[in-house]
Each structure stands twice: as structure tokens, then as C-alpha cells.
Ligand binder design. Structure first.
Ligand code: CP
Length: 342
């Protein structure tokens, strides 16, 4: 593992599978009456958040506490940032209080990379501008593996279709859920839909899913497709209905109005008609396919409420898995593996 986790590209396939496997082990902690391990006792994790968050901040806090680390939550709102204190001085102040790792969310793309040059502890990117959100991609990959590679899941050796002479969908690994361990997402077809241009979740997912062997297609209105998408390790498409018929996973993304300085589509109604996932569109998906969303959702815009609440939806499981995946990241970076000085 690298010293810091800034980009999904920092992870080799071995690193990523190790994190997913470690998370699978740690998931059992959530089922215990006392949800704690002593692993990171005496370590301090700082949550340094310059942007709003519900899921990421609370799940990093829960993850650190379940491993018995001390947690300092810092929000730029109400801090000396309002008096002009810089990111560097804020981070050095928090490090002087004994932090071992800084989990940082910042509206500026590249802020976590700069931070890593200034502090001696570990830096974990919790979302920087429109750049990356690597732990979101890890929890999404974990959820895909959990839902697709379990008994009754799809058989990807036949492109997601039942094998000839097969009684129906089955696990490609043929065993209990534990058999997912050690595996990537080879052959899994993932379609990521929506505001790709402004999405750090899309960037991190494309990189990590490619590392794990998945086949990714991004679908967006032309105005919300990045100019450089041709350099990404994925396909780009504009016809959502055509893609849905041949996907194992559809990941819907929020339209990020707060990052838009211009009109990228005529009306919300028009966007919903072309790129929203409603029950009619969901019916185009293969029987085994799942629906994901990183949250926060705009119900009735990119995803209908009936779809978000349907049995195909993994949205709540993604939140649960976010805690165990972040436990795995903290465990491997702070306490569980031999330190890599790189
Ligand atoms: N998915 C995600 O990053 O959610 P938050 O903005 O609530 O952390």
C-alpha cells in the first residue's frame, strides 16, 4: 500500500483486493453486541472537512471508533479558516495535536495531494473537488462483489447471461459469500450515468473498476461528458436505454448543480426523460442487475423514488459497507500491515 490514499490509481489490483478482503473480514464486527476492536488504540484520526458531507464524514468517524482510534472532527465552518487560516496551517495545527492520519475533503481538486507534502502522517482523500473520491469507489466495488458474487448472483463467464444448459443464474464462484475473497470484478459490466463532468465518484470508480477487471461505460448528456473521456479506461455512450440492456450494474449520479456555472441541459424534466432511471427503464435491466447511487440523491431527478427503494437498489448497503471498507483502509494504513515508506 502507498503511504497515502489520494487517488484510486494509487491502488494496485493486489492492494484493492486486500482492502476488499479485509473489509469482508471486518464486516462481522458490525454484527457483534460490542462493535469494537482494539486495533488502533492510541492512534488519532482527524476528519478535516472543508465541504459538506453526511456519509463520508460519519462513516470515517464510525470506522475509526470501531477500531478504538481517537477521532477529532474538524469542520471549516466555525473554525479559524473563517479568519483566513490556510489549509497548511490548519493541518499542521491538527498534526501538532498528535494526529496519525488526516481524512480530508476539500472543494479544490488536488488539495489532499498538497496536504500530503506538508504533514508527516497519512493522508486519505475523502473527496477533492471534481477530482477523486477513492474510498467511495472502494465501497462501491465491495458492494458489487457482495451482491453479484454470492449464491444466486450472475455468471460473468457468460456475459451475465445464464450459462447454456444452466438452470438459471448462479454464482461464478460457485460457493458461499466468503468465496468472493481474493477476487476482482473481472467481466462485470458497469454503466455510470449522469453528471460525469463534475463527478469525483465517476473518476475514482472508472480507475478502480478498470484495475479490478470490470468493463465500464459512462453515459451522460454531451454537455456533461468530460472532453478528455477518450483518455479514460472506459467506453463513453449517450443512449442510456441501449446500455441498460447489457449491464450488470447501473450507477446513477447526482446532477451537481452547486458545481455548475452554466446551464448544461434545458430543464430538469428533459434531463429526467433522457437520463433518469424510472421503473420503466429499470425493467430494461437484466434480471440480476443492481442499481447503485453514491448519495446524496435527487429523488425524482436522476432516480425515481420507486427505483431507489426497490430490491435491486444497493443504496443502503453502500452506506453500511462504507463503514467496513473505511475500517479496512484505516487498519491497513495505520496498524494492520507493515509500513511502506514510499
Ligand atoms: N457519497 C458521498 O460522498 O456522500 P457525502 O457527500 O454525504 O459524504
Amino acid at each position: 500500500m502507498n503511504r497515502h490514499l489520494i487517488s484510486a490509481a494509487d491502488l494496485s489490483r493486489e492492494d484493492a483486493v486486500l482492502i476488499l478482503d479485509t473489509a469482508a473480514e471486518l464486516a462481522s464486527v458490525a454484527d457483534r453486541p460490542i462493535k469494537k476492536l482494539p486495533t488502533l488504540r492510541g492512534r488519532t484520526v482527524v476528519n478535516l472537512f472543508y465541504e459538506d458531507s453526511t456519509r463520508t464524514r460519519t462513516s470515517f468517524e464510525a470506522a475509526a471508533k470501531r477500531l478504538s482510534a481517537d477521532v477529532i472532527n474538524f469542520s471549516a465552518k466555525g473554525s479559524s479558516v473563517a479568519k483566513g487560516e490556510s489549509l497548511k496551517d490548519t493541518a499542521l495545527t491538527l498534526e501538532a495535536m498528535g494526529s496519525d492520519a488526516i481524512v480530508v475533503r476539500h472543494p479544490a481538486s488536488g488539495a489532499p495531494r498538497r496536504l500530503a507534502d506538508w504533514v508527516s502522517g497519512r493522508v486519505i482523500n475523502a473527496g477533492d473537488g471534481t477530482h477523486e473520491h477513492p474510498t467511495q469507489a472502494l465501497l462501491d466495488a465491495f458492494t458489487m462483489r457482495q451482491r453479484l458474487f454470492s449464491p444466486g448472483g450472475a455468471d460473468f463467464s457468460h456475459g451475465g447471461l445464464p450459462a447454456p444448459h444452466s438452470p438459471g443464474p448462479r454464482s461464478p464462484l460457485g460457493g458461499p459469500p466468503g468465496d468472493q475473497r481474493g477476487k476482482g470484478l473481472d467481466g462485470v459490466r458497469v454503466t455510470i450515468v449522469g453528471d460525469i463532468l463534475h463527478s469525483r465518484v465517476a473518476r475514482s470508480n472508472v480507475l478502480l473498476l478498470d484495475t479490478l477487471g470490470a468493463e465500464v461505460t459512462v453515459v451522460a448528456p454531451p454537455t456533461l461528458m468530460p472532453y478528455a473521456v477518450g483518455t479514460w479506461p472506459c467506453k463513453a455512450g449517450y443512449d442510456l436505454d441501449a446500455e441498460l440492456r447489457k449491464t450488470d450494474v447501473v450507477m446513477m449520479l447526482r446532477v451537481q448543480q452547486e458545481r455548475m456555472s452554466a446551464a448544461f441541459f434545458p430543464t430538469v424534466r428533459e434531463y429526467r426523460r433522457r437520463y433518469g432511471l424510472d421503473t420503466g427503464r429499470m425493467a430494461l435491466l437484466p434480471e440480476h442487475a443492481i442499481v447503485m447511487h453514491p448519495g446524496p440523491m435527487n429523488r425524482g431527478v436522476e432516480i425515481a423514488a420507486e427505483v431507489a427503494d426497490s430490491p435491486r437498489s444497493t443504496i443502503v448497503a453502500q452506506v453500511t459497507n462504507g463503514v467496513t471498507v473505511r475500517m479496512a483502509v484505516l487498519y491497513l494504513m495505520l496498524g494492520g500491515a507493515a509500513e511502506d515508506a514510499s
